[in-house]
Design a protein around this ligand. Structure first.
Ligand SMILES: Cc1cc2nc3c(=O)[nH]c(=O)nc-3n(C[C@H](O)[C@H](O)[C@H](O)COP(=O)(O)OP(=O)(O)OC[C@H]3O[C@@H](n4cnc5c(N)ncnc54)[C@H](O)[C@@H]3O)c2cc1C
Length: 402
C-alpha cells in the first residue's frame, strides 16, 4: 500500500482478536455505550480456539472468584437470548458428572462448598449407576454431579455476539490483522493495520494463542504457551440415545458429551497428551491414527457400547496456557491502556461473559473487581502465581487426590 493511500482513523477501544473473548467484550462495550469500538480479526470470527471448543459450561473450581465467574457464564449462556439481544447459542442444560474414586470425595466437597446456591452434589455409586446405566462404573466410588452445567455451540455464540455487537454500532472487521502497536509516554497510542493506523488510548489483547506476539508489539511481556488438544466425534450408539449428561472420567482421563442427536464428542483430559508447546501458525490440526485409537480405547473402558461405533470427525485446538494455568486479565502494569484478556487455556468459553464484563467495567468505570486483582498481569513478576489444583480441566482432581 502506498504511503499516501494509508487510512488514518480513531477509536475509543480497539479489540484485537475475534474469538469469544474479543466479541463478548465488543458486544458488552457497545451495549455500555463505550464509544467507537473496532474489533480486528486476522482471519474469520471464531476461527481459532473458539471454533474448536467443546463449549462446556460448568462451575467447579477451588477459587471463589473463579466459581463466581463460571457461574456468571452459566447464567449468561442459559439466558443467552435475553442477554444477547435475541440471539441463540444452542445451550443445552445437560448437567455434568465427574466420575472419581473415594480419595476425591473431599476434593469434590470443597468445590461444592464454594458454589453458593448451586444444586451440585456428590452422587453415591448407585445414583451414578442409575444416571449413567450404559457405563461401567464399578471402580467409581463417588462422583460429582452438577445439574446446572451444560454446553453451547461456541462458534454460534461467537457469531451471534458479533452480529449483536454490530447491530449496536461496533465495527467488527474480518481478514483485518493488527500488525503493530504504537505507544507514547501516556501509554498505547495506536494500532497499526495493513491499511493504516487506528489511533486509540485503549487496546484489548484478546488474541488467544497469539497474545504474546501481540503484547510484544506494545513492549509487554505475557507468557503464553500454546498447547494442542484433541477431540473426536463418533456416531452415537443406540444405548446412548436421548439426553445424557456431560461425563468427565477422572480415572481414564477423557470427557464426553452429546453432540447433535446422532453423535458424541470425546476429548482427552490427560495432561501428558498436551505438554508440548506448539506454533499456533503451524501445528497438526488433526489427530493421527494412534491418537484416535488411544482415545477411543480409554472411552471404551468406561462406555463399552462405544466399541463398534464409527468415527465421524477429529480435530485439535489450542489452549493458550499461562504458567499457573489461569487467565491474565486487566490493564498491563507495563503500558497504560493496554488490556490483557488472555491465557484462557481450557476455561475461556465459560469465563468469557465475566471477562468481557470486567474488562469493560475496568475501561469505562475504572472498577477493578477482586477477580481482576487475582488474575492481574503482574502476578508472575510479583511471584504471586495462583496455586490451585483445578486448572485447565477437572482431571487435575486426580493428581491432587493421590
Ligand atoms: C479443544 C478445545 C476444547 C475446549 N473446551 C472448552 C470447554 O468445554 N469449555 C470452556 O469454557 N472452554 C473450552 N475451551 C477453551 C475455550 O474454547 C477458549 O479459551 C476460548 O475459545 C478462547 O477464546 P479467545 O477469544 O480468547 O481466543 P481465540 O478463539 O483463539 O481467538 C483469538 C483470535 O485472535 C485472532 N488474532 C490473533 N492474532 C491477531 C492479530 N494480530 N490481529 C487480529 N486478530 C488476531 C485469531 O485469528 C483468533 O481468531 C476449549 C478449547 C479447545 C481448544
Amino acid at each position: 500500500m502506498e504511503g499516501n493511500s494509508r487510512m488514518s482513523e480513531s477509536a475509543d477501544i480497539v479489540i484485537i482478536g475475534g474469538g469469544i473473548t474479543g466479541v463478548t467484550t465488543a458486544f458488552l462495550a457497545a451495549r455500555r455505550g463505550a464509544g467507537r469500538i473496532v474489533l480486528l480479526e486476522a482471519s474469520v470470527l471464531a476461527s481459532a480456539s473458539t471454533g474448536l471448543s467443546t463449549g462446556v459450561v460448568r462451575q467447579f473450581y477451588l477459587i471463589p472468584e473463579l466459581v463466581e465467574m463460571a457461574r456468571e457464564g452459566i447464567a449468561w449462556y442459559s439466558r443467552f437470548g435475553e442477554v444477547a439481544d435475541g440471539m441463540d447459542a444452542d445451550f443445552v442444560n445437560s448437567g455434568l458428572v465427574v466420575g472419581g474414586t473415594s480419595g476425591q470425595r473431599e476434593f469434590f466437597a470443597s468445590g461444592i462448598k464454594l458454589q453458593k446456591g448451586s444444586r451440585s452434589r456428590i452422587l453415591s455409586p448407585s445414583e451414578l449407576r442409575d444416571l449413567l446405566p450404559h457405563m461401567a462404573t464399578d471402580d467409581l466410588d463417588c462422583a460429582y454431579y452438577e445439574p446446572e452445567a451444560g454446553y453451547a455451540d461456541a462458534s454460534r455464540a461467537c457469531l451471534a455476539l458479533a452480529a449483536a455487537a454490530r447491530a449496536r454500532g461496533a465495527d467488527i472487521r474480518q481478514s483485518s490483522p493488527a500488525v503493530g502497536i504504537l505507544t507514547d509516554p501516556a501509554g498505547v497510542s495506536a494500532v497499526i493495520t495493513k491499511t493504516g493506523e487506528i489511533s486509540t488510548r485503549v487496546v484489548v489483547n484478546a488474541a488467544g494463542p497469539w497474545a504474546s506476539r501481540v503484547a510484544s508489539w506494545a513492549g509487554v511481556t505475557v507468557g503464553i504457551k500454546p498447547t494442542r488438544h484433541k477431540v473426536i466425534t463418533v456416531q452415537r450408539p443406540n444405548a446412548l440415545t436421548g439426553r445424557h449428561p456431560i461425563f468427565s472420567d477422572a480415572v481414564n482421563l477423557f470427557y464426553m458429551r452429546p453432540d447433535s442427536t446422532s453423535q458424541i464428542l470425546i476429548g482427552s483430559t490427560n495432561p501428558a497428551d498436551s505438554r508440548e508447546e506448539i506454533d499456533p501458525d503451524s501445528y497438526a490440526t488433526g489427530a493421527n491414527f494412534d491418537e484416535i485409537a488411544e482415545l477411543i480405547d480409554r472411552a471404551v473402558r468406561r462406555i463399552p457400547c462405544l466399541r463398534d461405533v464409527g468415527l465421524v470427525a477429529n480435530w485439535c485446538g489450542i489452549y493458550d496456557e499461562t504458567a499457573d494455568g489461569f487467565p491474565v486479565l486487566g490493564q498491563s502494569h507495563e503500558v497504560r491502556g493496554f488490556y490483557l484478556a488472555t491465557g484462557l487455556s481450557g476455561h475461556g468459553f465459560k469465563l468469557a461473559p465475566a471477562i468481557g464484563r470486567m474488562i469493560v467495567s475496568a475501561i469505562v468505570d475504572g472498577i477493578k473487581e477482586p477477580a481482576m486483582h487475582l488474575l492481574r498481569p503482574s502476578r508472575f513478576a510479583e511471584g504471586a502465581a495462583i496455586d490451585s489444583p483445578t486448572t485447565t480441566t477437572l482431571t487435575t482432581m486426580r493428581a491432587s487426590a493421590r
